[in-house]
Design a binder for this molecule. Sequence first.
Ligand SMILES: Cc1cc2nc3c(=O)[nH]c(=O)nc-3n(C[C@H](O)[C@H](O)[C@H](O)COP(=O)(O)OP(=O)(O)OC[C@H]3O[C@@H](n4cnc5c(N)ncnc54)[C@H](O)[C@@H]3O)c2cc1C
Length: 459
Amino acid sequence: MEKQTFIDRLKAIVGPEYVLHSEMDLTLYGYDASLEKGKPDVVVLPDSTEEVAGVVALAYKEKAPVIARGSGTNLSGGTIPVKGGVVIHFSRMNRILEIDIPNRTVTVEPGVITLDLQTLLLKQGMVYAPDPASQKVSTLGGNFGENSGGPHCLKYGVTTNHILGAELVLYDGNVIQTGGKSQDNPGYDLTGILVGSEGTLGIVTKMILKLIPAPEAVKTMLAIYDSIEDASNTVSAIIAEGIVPATLEMMDNLVLKAVEDSVHAGYPLDAAAVLIIELDGMLDGMERQAGKIMDICKRHKVREVRLAKSEAERAELWAGRKGAFGAVARLRPSYLVCDGTVPRTKLPEVLDKVIAVGKKYDLPIGNVFHAGDGNLHPLILFDERNKEELAKVHKAGAEILKICADAGGTISGEHGIGTEKIKEMSFVFSESDIDFMRQIKKAFDPQDMWNPGKVLPPA
Ligand SMILES: Cc1cc2nc3c(=O)[nH]c(=O)nc-3n(C[C@H](O)[C@H](O)[C@H](O)COP(=O)(O)OP(=O)(O)OC[C@H]3O[C@@H](n4cnc5c(N)ncnc54)[C@H](O)[C@@H]3O)c2cc1C
């Protein structure tokens, strides 16, 4: 089919104003928050499942790739149209369809912004727990696609632990339902396979999410350290004592300085590292738990523990943490966020090795991460225009992921594989493992139309 005819047919499905194909539009949809770039052939903004299904059926007939896109904040190249094709952008499908408090579920379309839902739910005393630091902009569809985590996922689990069901558009435009409102569903756990599949198995047009009641009380502390090792050892010690705080986040000196310059959260500029430790739950017993944590911090040579005395002070501490990626962008024109996970007892050893990688390649590396989950985010700072530096950054990033894999960890805690970490899949999976995943992909996607060039290395 001629390109113009294809575009005209898309216009007939979603309406002419919701099909974008000017050079400028295609360039804008050619990148995300990773370092990769591509270009789609056309972008559509559907308003309903029926419209998505119509677009997909047409793309299938024409053998055109289809790439689902939320807000494009993923950090692994997950929305880059590497082989052209149709980008389906979900900004119009952003309705909260049903809040069912008695059954503790909410049904949403994929384009809902994560924080919008969370703010609305909190007013009704409920929480949707996964809270990526990008929640102000990220969509629930994107969170689903990446199996996103966030500071509160230490206690509550990542996205997959909070998705009960989905509506899925298949490769030929047929629509199926997976899971449902009940906690247990017979048959194969298709929802489980879909969460984190990065748009490579189909497109989700509705999701049923699990709600939990908002905690009665919250206590937030900032523990300040003169050594990264002491901060890391505190993390393992807290969990080893049987305490699971809602969050255990770490920032090192480079990040603290950048955040202070940008967000003014009141962090100490001379500390080697800080931990943000948050407890939540019943008021009863919280003081005692906080006291236990203070004792553990003291045993690991904490310099000072500050307690947020008001909601405003708590919000300030979190504004700093959640603004950290943006803040480091002021230091150098570009940064690469690595996303490896290690058993938390390995944190001190692995962080030492990360620092050594920075020295080896002469690149500044800052660390801001979900320490409680052992989920590291070394931020390698550089200038993308300097091709030599860019090549060094890719090598350094791969080396850091190898260090994580060798320490018994893995190559992504929450940011996915996308295009960026395809080569590194072999650090943690055998050829047979990957081949079996290819068979699953083929069952969902016989002609490789769903987000091609992502997650799996070519056979
Ligand atoms: C400053 C910053 C901080 C961040 N902090 C965190 C963090 O704390 N935790 C974390 O996990 N991530 C974090 N991220 C990464 C990113 O925000 C998350 O991966 C987020 O879930 C992506 O949402 P999005 O709407 O931007 O999705 P997109 O980037 O648009 O898409 C992500 C993936 O999901 C697929 N997808 C999108 N919609 C659908 C759909 N309807 N059906 C099927 N597949 C779909 C896409 O094809 C793609 O593969 C951060 C990113 C930035 C820039």
